[in-house]
Ligand binder design. Structure first.
Ligand code: MG
Length: 305
């Protein structure tokens, strides 16, 4: 059930709106702008109904605040007003309100407008999510990776948490495509993605298709050795799929993995460590493929065979 936030200094008005909407939505009410702002930041709302005239901070000021705050700027706001004057309507729409409802309220109109805006919000959210997903594999795409990896790096830097970057790709994939055809190649990419993504389950994990048969993952909290062991498990799980391949690495489709673990410090750059992960992947290829090569910020190294 979608959540709606009603902000109105009049308890009677707020209760009236609540009674109109509560059959179809989960409605929260607040009676001051300050409470409303706090609730909007914490509540995961799909719509805000905001009274224009309130004693502490008026609806326009709060609207400006909501639209200027990252956590709340995407939430549609409908203004509630008894001011019939056109200039107020203009002002609200210019500040980013999606609609106006004039008091006294007609339950039918309120319901219709709320339903419309909730539906638009659902579509918008759906398309935003779709734009972040790789079509073939269903895992995060490059765009989502670019956005989220930077945020995760900042978090690890702020809290001094070990941070791992991993790059891997499917061994001799071009040969696979040439032998079995591109549709079969796509299936292999999807199978490998599905297997690997089942291991990246924590809320802080990010696993994405980097492009072609290449994948990237960032995860937090493991030291170098445990990150290495974790990735060995994934490498083995892919080999255990036993997808036939004739590349002489193994009778099956395999992956090579490179990565690095560090505790980020001020002045460290994410891109530098991404390059190190890529270098480790290159080493894994050079040493014969179907293996993990891992390092940390002190150049300790772990590798298979
Ligand atoms: Mg009022």
């Amino acid at each position: 059930m979608d959540k709606i936030l009603v902000i109105d200094d009049s308890a009677v008005q707020a209760e009236f709106l609540c009674s109109i909407l509560r059959d179809n939505y989960e409605v929260t009410t607040c009676h001051t702008a300050a409470e409303g702002l706090q609730a909007a930041k914490e509540g995961n709302f799909s719509l805000i109904l905001l009274d224009v005239i309130m004693p502490d901070m008026d609806g326009f000021m709060l609207l400006r605040e909501l639209k200027g705050t990252t956590l709340t700027q995407h939430i549609p706001v409908i203004l509630l007003t008894s001011l019939a004057d056109i200039q107020y309507e203009e002002r609200g729409l210019l500040l980013g309100a999606v609609d106006y409802v004039a008091k006294p309220f007609s339950p039918v109109i309120i319901k219709a407008r709320v339903n419309t805006h909730i539906q638009l919000y659902q579509y918008q959210t759906h398309f935003k999510q779709q734009a972040m997903v790789d079509d073939l594999t269903g895992v995060a795409n490059r765009r989502r990776y670019e956005g989220e990896s930077a945020a995760k790096w900042q978090e690890a830097l702020r809290f001094g948490i070990p941070f791992s970057i991993c790059m891997f790709d499917i061994d001799k994939f071009k040969m696979y495509n040439d032998t079995f055809g591109h549709p079969a190649g796509d299936q292999v990419i999807a199978s490998v993605a599905k297997t690997a993504s089942s291991y990246f389950r924590r809320a802080t994990d990010l696993f994405a298709r980097y492009g072609g048969e290449e994948f990237v993952a960032v995860f937090m909290g493991s030291d170098g050795k445990s990150a290495y062991d974790f990735m060995r498990t994934i490498r083995q799980a892919v080999e255990d799929l036993r997808i036939p391949h004739n590349a002489s690495v193994s009778p099956w489709v395999t992956i090579s993995i490179g990565g690095v673990t560090l505790i980020p410090k001020a002045g460290d750059s994410y891109d530098t460590y991404l390059k190190i992960a890529d270098t480790m992947l290159y080493d894994a290829k050079r040493m014969g493929r179907n293996r993990v090569v891992w390092t940390n910020e002190f150049q300790e190294q772990w590798k298979e065979k």
